[in-house]
Design a protein around this ligand. Structure first.
Ligand SMILES: Cc1cc2nc3c(=O)[nH]c(=O)nc-3n(C[C@H](O)[C@H](O)[C@H](O)COP(=O)(O)O)c2cc1C
Length: 296
């Protein structure tokens, strides 16, 4: 990795990944949507009252309807907490245009400042996570078990995007023994939800369920391969703004019969899948030292 700027001491970004967006004012949001999405293939990751957030790989662009077309943009740093925004404000106070504050219109906490040559900078924290903009570490930390879902349907394209990511799960000898059974049939979903009372009830609250299973004839490590495939599904769903919950408790023979899976296959999990109704509370984790051993 190339380090761009040697830094003395710590910065507000130390130890955290950071993403960013370049924002421009536009006179015709729809024309730009068509150009950047249809012609250049960028995806819309967030649509607000008068702004569009587009992304392709590491490039994120924002266009907002303004009285004047802007060709000089605002370099916007997306930080991971309000505290980071406050810390950055203290670092850049001399050039800051305003102290940090909430902007309800865009659901952000932010302030503007200038770089040494006068370019406009913005430092902001999204009060609600924008899935496409999650960094790797944010993705790992913010994934939650979701047990309440919105009615919003999940499109076949979203399912394809999700499972395209799951194809990259590691597997023993790269045998790729995982199957993902996507269940849309309401009767089958209800039956899965009734498998084990409280443990399985979240399945019934989602528009879809997905069973992750492996074929022991394809891999000797079918238990591990299945669990890794299922873990990828949970993380990929979070990356795409979808919620899941690992449900392990079930009568596997019954579930295989219900889903038409061969009886020798292993089911790692059946998870509900849908747009989370809310961000679930964060269950506490033990301190790292409880889990860490060194052999030297
Ligand atoms: C192997 C395994 C089995 C689980 N079984 C269930 C389950 O049957 N029902 C359920 O609601 N959650 C289940 N969970 C979700 C856990 O309760 C959850 O991961 C844990 O409380 C931590 O919360 P978090 O996922 O939001 O970080 C299971 C998770 C794992 C990894």
């Amino acid at each position: 990795m190339i380090t761009c700027c040697p830094v003395n001491g710590s910065t507000p970004f130390s130890g955290e990944s950071m993403s960013g967006i370049i924002f421009y004012g536009t006179g015709d949001l729809e024309k730009l949507r068509s150009f950047y999405c249809r012609q250049l293939g960028l995806a819309v990751v967030l649509e607000q009252a008068d702004c569009l957030l587009l992304q392709q790989g590491n490039l994120a662009l924002g266009f907002c309807t303004r009285a004047e077309v802007e060709t000089a943009g605002i370099i916007c740093f997306v930080l991971v907490s309000e505290t980071q925004v406050d810390e950055m404000y203290h670092t850049l106070k001399a050039t800051a245009e305003n102290p940090p504050g909430k902007n309800e219109r865009y659901g952000i906490y932010h302030f503007f400042a200038r770089d040494p040559e006068g370019r406009r900078l913005e430092f902001q924290y999204f009060l609600e996570k924008v899935p496409g903009l999650l960094t790797g570490s944010e993705l790992l930390i913010t994934r939650r078990s979701v047990r309440e879902f919105r009615d919003t349907p999940v499109s076949p394209e979203q399912i394809t995007d999700l499972l395209e990511l799951c194809r990259w799960a590691p597997s023993s000898r790269n045998q790729q023994p995982c199957s993902y059974t996507v269940i849309r049939n309401r009767r089958v979903i209800t039956s899965l939800a009734e498998e084990r009372g409280n443990s399985s009830v979240p399945i019934g609250r989602a528009p879809l369920a997905v069973a992750v299973s492996t074929d022991p004839e394809l891999s000797r490590r079918y238990l591990q391969d299945g669990c890794i495939g299922a873990t990828y599904l949970l993380l990929a769903a979070q990356a795409l703004g979808l919620g899941t919950c690992w449900i392990a408790d079930m009568d596997r023979e019954h579930v295989k019969d219900l889903l038409g899976l061969p009886l020798n296959h292993y089911i790692a999990t059946v998870t509900p899948l849908g747009v989370p109704a809310a961000t679930p509370p964060v269950p506490l984790r033990n301190p790292l030292n409880d889990h860490l051993r060194w052999i030297e």
